[in-house]
Design a protein around this ligand. Structure first.
Ligand code: SF4
Length: 206
């Protein structure tokens, strides 16, 4: 594992979240919007969105069907609008308008499942509670033989055992970048990959 972490540091130094945000609330909204959507598209939508609705209170005051129009281009807009208005309502009502800082409290916020909560806690607050397991992390953890599980919760548990806690936040960002840049789902670019000599994936291309 140490070798993999060292190479990831060389390949992706200073990796961070690609979703633009100025505070934890904006990152929570951007992360909800990023489901089944590219970060690039989300980054196109959020500046106008946060200009129109600057605070959680503004989002809590809007009807989901109205917000859905503003976020239409990110797809699944009705569900996302419901989640965002629900999240804003809970954060304003229960947490004085501030995104909570614990996994337990965040999991009570609509739209914030464990993956989203890990993104917000890790990136916005610098609090390492777990490892973000998205589709890239699932695929690459399997390719690098870091887990035998396919369930995200179990994958996360496996990664938390082998990745040192101080690396959890950075590791998630590095793997997600790697999944976009080289270790893509089909035809990964193994010839260009620094992890090649440590990787025994069955679908390696070089
Ligand atoms: S060698 Fe290929 S499959 Fe293995 S981590 Fe690198 S890109 Fe992914």
């Amino acid at each position: 594992m140490a070798g993999i972490l060292r190479i990831l540091d060389q390949m992706y130094p200073g990796a961070t979240c690609a979703l633009h945000h100025r505070n934890p609330w904006e990152l929570l909204v951007a992360t909800i919007l990023s489901a089944q959507c590219t970060d690039k598209r989300v980054n196109e939508v959020t500046p106008g969105l946060f200009a129109k609705y600057p605070t959680p209170r503004d989002f809590a005051a809007v009807r989901p069907e109205v917000l859905a129009v503003d976020i239409r281009s990110t797809g699944f807009f009705n569900n996302k609008a419901k989640s965002i208005v629900g999240a804003a309502t809970r954060i304003v009502g229960e947490f004085a308008g501030e995104v909570p800082r614990t996994m337990e409290a965040l999991l009570t916020v609509p739209g914030a499942a464990r993956k989203t909560a890990n993104v917000v806690l890790g990136t916005a607050y610098g609090i390492a509670v777990g490892v973000v397991v998205d589709t890239h992390v699932q695929r690459i953890a399997a390719r690098l033989d870091l887990t035998k599980n396919s369930d995200p919760v179990k994958i996360e548990r496996d990664l938390m055992k082998i990745v040192p806690r101080e690396k959890w936040i950075l590791f998630s960002h590095q793997i997600i970048l790697h999944g976009r840049a080289l270790c893509v789902a089909r035809n990964p670019k193994c010839a260009e990959c620094g992890l090649n000599s440590l990787c025994y994936a069955r679908d390696k291309t070089a």
